[in-house]
Design a protein around this ligand. Structure first.
Ligand code: NAP
Length: 227
């Protein structure tokens, strides 16, 4: 059997209670990582935790609002108290939508989406990077979840597309600043994936999107690889 690629790694996954974040937690645990499942929704994070294979690893959940600097600070302190080291892999999956056409979008809906998707990603990236640098760790990997619509735009998502374009720029700058500490930063840009978030998209919009997808279906968050 091939060696587990992530054995002895500690990984933090925000938005780990649902959708893509849950699938990442499952895949990481399967690859041997110990996973810190981070989500604002305790019940959802508990559900994820229950699905993780745990032969060797002791996965833990943390209820955290990634928009709060205090929460993110406590999260890092709690993780290091529990594991005596910072996570060497962090995946920023926590995200929300609040779709409305630009002409009708409330300014609060714009702020809230930017706050979770972009500021939350900044706060967690900064906290993980600070902890890695302080610990003298020689390498780390921060993976931010952007979106293809941050590149091409999408009707009804002025706030969401702006936040995801921001995530790309934030990640590029983080990569330039953190490379000298051995920390890699990357963004992935998923298309439409079958999760509770995509479930909020009206069917007529999904039908249009699916016409552009060669497979004619939404992506599977597990990539069809897990279980
Ligand atoms: P999801 O199923 O809705 O999962 C997102 C998780 O993040 C939920 O558990 C959510 O909790 C949590 N969350 C929301 N606000 C938070 C906060 N302030 N602090 C901590 N956790 C918070 O969404 P998903 O589809 O898996 O999306 C995951 C990531 O992929 C997001 O960044 C999304 O923008 C991105 N993405 C998704 C798609 C897609 O088609 N699904 C495509 C491209 C990119 P609540 O449920 O309580 O809000």
């Amino acid at each position: 059997m091939a060696a587990l690629r992530l054995s002895s790694r500690l990984a933090l996954v925000t938005g780990g209670g649902s959708g893509i974040g849950r699938a990442v937690c499952q895949r990481f645990a399967k690859e041997g990582a110990t996973v810190a499942v981070v989500d604002i929704d305790k019940g959802a994070a508990e559900e994820t935790l229950r699905t993780l294979p745990s032969d060797q690893q002791q996965h833990v959940l943390f209820v955290t609002d990634v928009t709060s600097p205090e929460h993110v600070h406590s999260l890092m302190a709690d993780i290091q108290a529990r594991f005596s080291r910072p996570p060497c892999v962090a995946v920023n999956c926590a995200g929300i939508t609040a779709d409305r056409l630009l002409l009708k979008m409330e300014s609060d809906a714009f702020d809230q989406v930017l706050k979770v998707n972009l500021k939350g990603t900044f706060l967690v990236t900064q906290a993980v990077a600070k902890a890695l640098v302080a610990s003298g760790a020689e390498k780390g990997s921060i993976i931010n979840v952007g979106s293809i619509v941050g590149k091409v735009g999408n009707v009804g998502q002025a706030n969401y597309t702006a936040s995801k374009a921001g995530v790309v720029a934030l990640t590029k700058t983080s990569a330039k600043e953190l490379a000298r500490f051995g920390i890699r930063c990357n963004t992935i840009l998923p298309g439409f994936i079958d999760t509770p978030m995509a479930g909020k998209v009206p069917q007529k919009v999904l039908d249009k999107v699916l016409q552009l997808v060669p497979m004619g279906r939404l992506g599977d968050p597990t990539g069809g690889l897990f279980m």
